[in-house]
Ligand binder design. Structure first.
Ligand SMILES: NC(=O)c1ccc[n+]([C@@H]2O[C@H](COP(=O)([O-])OP(=O)(O)OC[C@H]3O[C@@H](n4cnc5c(N)ncnc54)[C@H](OP(=O)(O)O)[C@@H]3O)[C@@H](O)[C@H]2O)c1
Length: 221
C-alpha cells in the first residue's frame, strides 16, 4: 500500500509513518521545514517530501503515481494562554490556524485527488475540540473553529469522492502526549496511532465522512 502522511516529522505523524513502515508499506512522509527523525530513518520504503500545507506551493519531492491512503495529519494549535480567549483572540490567529488546520487538508486533497483511485482512503485528522456537542468549556476559538470546519470539509469531500470509490473519514486521536499538548494528555502516541490505524483499516464499516475517535467510537459534531 502507498501511504502519504502530512506533518510526519514528529508527534502523531511520525508515529503513523513508523507504524506503516513496520507493516511493510511504502510511506511518503511529508515535513514542513525539518525532516527531524525521519532523516535518520533508513528504509527503502520511506520517501521524503517537503510540503508546507499552509501555502499553495507545490510539494518538493517525487509523489507516488497512486496513493492508497492519505492521512491529513499536519496541524497547529495556535497560541495558548490568552491568545485564544474571547477577548484575546485576534483575527490573525483565527486566519492562521484556519489556514493550516482546515484549508491545509483541502489543498492537499485538491493536489492529490488525481492520484487516488477506487479503494483509496482519506483520513482527515480533526479533534474533539471541533465538536460542538462536546464543547462545554468554551474558549480556544481558533483551534475549535478550524477543526470544526475541517469536519465539515471532510464530509463534503466524502460525498464528492464517493462516486470515484474514494472513502473519506475524520479522526480524533484522543488526548495524546505530543509537543502540541506539551506532553500532557491521557495516552501515548503508540496507543493513539495503533487505534487510529485500526479505524482506518475498517474505514468502510463507517459512513462516508464519519467522525471517529482512536478507540472506534463515533464523535458527535
Ligand atoms: N496531540 C493531541 O492530543 C491531539 C488531539 C486532537 C487532535 N490532534 C491533531 O493531530 C494532529 C497531529 O498533532 P500532534 O499532537 O502530533 O502535534 P505536533 O506534535 O505539534 O505535530 C504537528 C505536526 O504538524 C506539522 N505542521 C504544522 N504546520 C504545518 C504546515 N503548515 N505544513 C506542514 N506541516 C505542518 C508539524 O511540523 P513542524 O515540525 O514543521 O512544526 C508537525 O509535524 C494535528 O492535526 C492535531 O491538531 C492532536
Amino acid at each position: 500500500m502507498n501511504v502519504l502522511i502530512t506533518g510526519a516529522n514528529r508527534g502523531l505523524g511520525l508515529g503513523f509513518a513508523g507504524y506503516y513502515l513496520d507493516q511493510g508499506h511504502d510511506v511518503w512522509a511529508c515535513y514542513r521545514r525539518d525532516a527531524g527523525e525521519l532523516a535518520a530513518t533508513r528504509s527503502e520504503q520511506l520517501h521524503l517530501i517537503r510540503w508546507d500545507v499552509g501555502c499553495d506551493d507545490h510539494p518538493a519531492g517525487e509523489l507516488p503515481e497512486q496513493i492508497d491512503l492519505l492521512i491529513n495529519n499536519a496541524g497547529i494549535y495556535g497560541p495558548g494562554e490568552d491568545g485564544q480567549t474571547l477577548s484575546g483572540v485576534s483575527s490573525t490567529t483565527m486566519h492562521e490556524v484556519f489556514n493550516v488546520d482546515c484549508v491545509g487538508p483541502l489543498r492537499v486533497v485538491q493536489h492529490l485527488a488525481g492520484r487516488m483511485t477506487r479503494g483509496s482512503t482519506i483520513a482527515n485528522v480533526s479533534s474533539k475540540m471541533g465538536s460542538s456537542a462536546d464543547n462545554s468549556s468554551g474558549g480556544t476559538y481558533a483551534y475549535r473553529a478550524a477543526k470544526a470546519a475541517l469536519v465539515i470539509v471532510s464530509k463534503s469531500m466524502s460525498v464528492d469522492l464517493a462516486p470515484a470509490g474514494i472513502h473519506v473519514i475524520t479522526l480524533h486521536p484522543g488526548w495524546v502526549k505530543t509537543d502540541m499538548t506539551h506532553r500532557t494528555g491521557l495516552i501515548d502516541v503508540a496507543t493513539s496511532v495503533s487505534g487510529m490505524c485500526k479505524v482506518i483499516k475498517q474505514a468502510r464499516d463507517y459512513d462516508p465522512g464519519c467522525f471517529i475517535a482512536y478507540d472506534g467510537q463515533r464523535v458527535a459534531y
